[in-house]
Design a protein around this ligand. Sequence first.
Ligand SMILES: Nc1ncnc2c1ncn2[C@@H]1O[C@H](COP(=O)(O)OP(=O)(O)OP(=O)(O)O)[C@@H](O)[C@H]1O
Ligand SMILES: [Mg+2]
Length: 333
Amino acid sequence: MNEMASPLVSLDTLSVHYPLGRRLLGGNAVLKAIDEVSLDIPKGSFFGLVGESGSGKTTLGRAILKAAPISGGHVRFADGEVEYDLAHLPKAQLRDYRKRAQLIFQDPYAALSPRMTVRDIIAEPLEVMGLTANRDETDARVREIAAKCRLNLEHLRRFPHAFSGGQRQRISIARALVCGPKFVVADESVAALDVSIQADILNLLKSLQRDLDLTFLFISHDLSVVAHVCDYVAVMYLGTLVEIAPTRELFEQPRHPYTKALLSAIPSLDPDDTGQAQRLEGEVPSPVDPPSGCRFHTRCPVARPDCSQRVPHLEDAGDGARVACHYWKENLG
Ligand SMILES: Nc1ncnc2c1ncn2[C@@H]1O[C@H](COP(=O)(O)OP(=O)(O)OP(=O)(O)O)[C@@H](O)[C@H]1O
Ligand SMILES: [Mg+2]
């Protein structure tokens, strides 16, 4: 992939804060699911997003799909002539944007209506958005995308319960792609599948990416999968990004202590594993009242006294990597 590819999606100090209402003392407490995150997702990339549960991965993906409230900052989507500023998107443009950015659901069992045929499930977004002139045109489009998703066309008349998890996920993928999006959020899209089927679906996503010129935001807690399929990886901690790097760079030379701790939890990736993997201690602090300074300082094995006072921002760390840690250089090696 061309390293200079321009961004398809750019986040600029994006925040998603959920008000907690009067349930908490003070009344105006907010949960900072995403807090001032800036990020460029290069066009044509398979961009990984990792981090512990509750770090804000799904919320970030939903914000880009205009499905989570943007409390501050900007999300820009730019594809050739087309440009959207999602923080200020008129209703009339939202409909148009939905054609261009789509979600593949996590759970292929819950996502598909049991009462609709596979054909109708895949056709629904086309019909809702009025993108085809008549039934023949809809059918042609459904057959085309179903074939690309390697679904047996004979199966279009059946109901989803007749299928295995992997086939259902292909149906979900076809439905997400039928309107011809350029950007796709895949949120734990293979997590619910057997390992043998995961590989199939990942290969399918990669070939669709090339075929249809797609850009993926691939959200996963499975770092070995991310290492295998992603071009770039961004690491989230408590609503912020702590490191962004080309995949190989991130796995070979992690710079942030949090990234190092995440990676050391996958022994298979480390040939020199001495069995003394550095485990993350303690609970993730609350996003309602995150730690001062560096949010990771309360769990960081190499924190220094001023880490609780100064907020680190993402800085250039060489080889395409960016890291938010005051002492990443001191901890290299
Ligand atoms: N609609 C909402 N209202 C209030 N808080 C929310 C809402 N959606 C998410 N949150 C909170 O925002 C934070 C981030 O949640 P999110 O689902 O984005 O995390 P995640 O990284 O996707 O976690 P997981 O790996 O478990 O899927 C969590 O503290 C969550 O409880
Ligand atoms: Mg999630």
